[in-house]
Write a protein that binds this ligand. Structure first.
Ligand code: ADE
Length: 234
C-alpha cells in the first residue's frame, strides 16, 4: 500500500501541507507530531522532525516502524553551493551524503560512514523524475535542477567552509537533515527524494538572507511536494 512520509525540519516547511490535508489523526512520538491522513487523496503522514541529523533519523525510523510508510519525501530549504542555484531555485536530490562524517584516518573517504562501503545515498529515480515534472507544473517560473545534497549538524555561513563542501564533496546544496533521512530510508529499504528550495548562498551573506527568504522558499518546496505525490499512486 502506498503511504508517503513527508518530513520537514521546521514548522514553516510542513504547515502549508498540514493545512491542506484531510486529517485522520495526530500521534505524538519522540516529541514529534505525526499528522496522518490524505493529501489530494494520497495517503500521507506529515511531520516536523526538528533540526539536525538525529531528529531526522529518528523520524524516518518511526515512519517506517509505526506508520509503515512506502516512500519518504523531505521538503525544506537549503543553502546553495552551486553558482547555478540562486535564492528561490529548487534542487531535487540525485544523492545525499554527510559532510561531517570523517574517518579518513582509517582510509575511508570523507563523508563515508565506516564499513558502509559507499558514501552517497542515492535518491529514487522515479521520485526524482516526478518531482521535476511536478515543479515545472506547480512552480513554472522557478529554476529546478538535480544535484547533490550535503548534510551536517552545522549552518553553513562562511565562504571557506562553503568552498570545502564544494571541493571535497561536490555538493550542490547544504542543509542539516537530508543525508540522515536518506540513510534511514536506505536502511529500511524505502525509496526517498529530498526537495530543497534555496534560501541563502551558504556564505557570509547567509545569516542575512536566510530569515528573509526561508518563508517563500519553504512554500515553493511544499507546493512541489503536493503536486508530485499524486504521481506516486499506481
Ligand atoms: N538550511 C538553509 N540554509 C542553510 C545553510 N546555509 N546551512 C545549513 N542548512 C541550511
Amino acid at each position: 500500500m502506498i503511504k508517503i512520509g513527508i518530513i520537514g525540519a521546521m514548522e514553516l516547511e510542513v504547515e502549508a501541507l498540514q493545512k491542506e490535508m484531510a486529517l485522520e489523526g495526530v500521534i505524538k512520538k519522540a516529541g514529534m507530531d505525526f499528522f496522518e491522513g490524505a493529501l489530494d487523496g494520497v495517503p500521507v503522514v506529515i511531520v516536523r522532525c526538528g533540526i539536525g541529523k538525529v531528529n531526522a533519523a529518528l523520524c524516518v525510523q518511526i515512519l517506517a516502524d509505526e506508520f509503515r510508510v512506502s516512500h519518504v519525501v523531505n521538503t525544506g530549504v537549503a543553502g546553495s553551493l552551486n553558482a547555478q542555484l540562486d535564492i528561490g531555485d529548487i534542487l531535487i536530490s540525485r544523492d545525499a551524503l554527510y559532510h561531517d562524517m570523517d574517518a579518513a584516518v582509517f582510509g575511508y573517504q570523507p563523508g563515508e560512514v565506516p564499513q558502509m562501503g559507499f558514501r552517497e545515498f542515492k535518491a529514487d529515480e522515479k521520485m526524482m523524475n516526478l518531482a521535476k515534472e511536478a515543479c515545472e507544473k506547480a512552480n513554472p517560473d522557478i529554476h529546478v535542477m538535480y544535484g547533490r545534497v550535503v548534510s551536517g549538524d552545522q549552518f553553513i555561513s562562511s565562504k571557506e567552509i562553503k568552498e570545502r563542501l564544494i571541493s571535497e564533496f561536490h555538493g550542490d546544496c547544504a542543509e542539516m537533515e537530508g543525508a540522515a533521512i536518506a540513510h534511514g530510508a536506505y536502511l529500511n529499504g524505502l525509496p526517498f527524494v529530498i526537495i530543497r528550495a534555496i534560501s541563502d548562498k551558504a556564505d557570509d551573506s547567509a545569516e542575512m538572507d536566510y530569515p528573509t527568504f526561508e518563508g517563500a522558499a519553504a512554500k515553493h518546496s511544499a507546493a512541489l511536494v503536493k503536486e508530485m505525490i499524486k504521481g506516486i499512486l499506481p
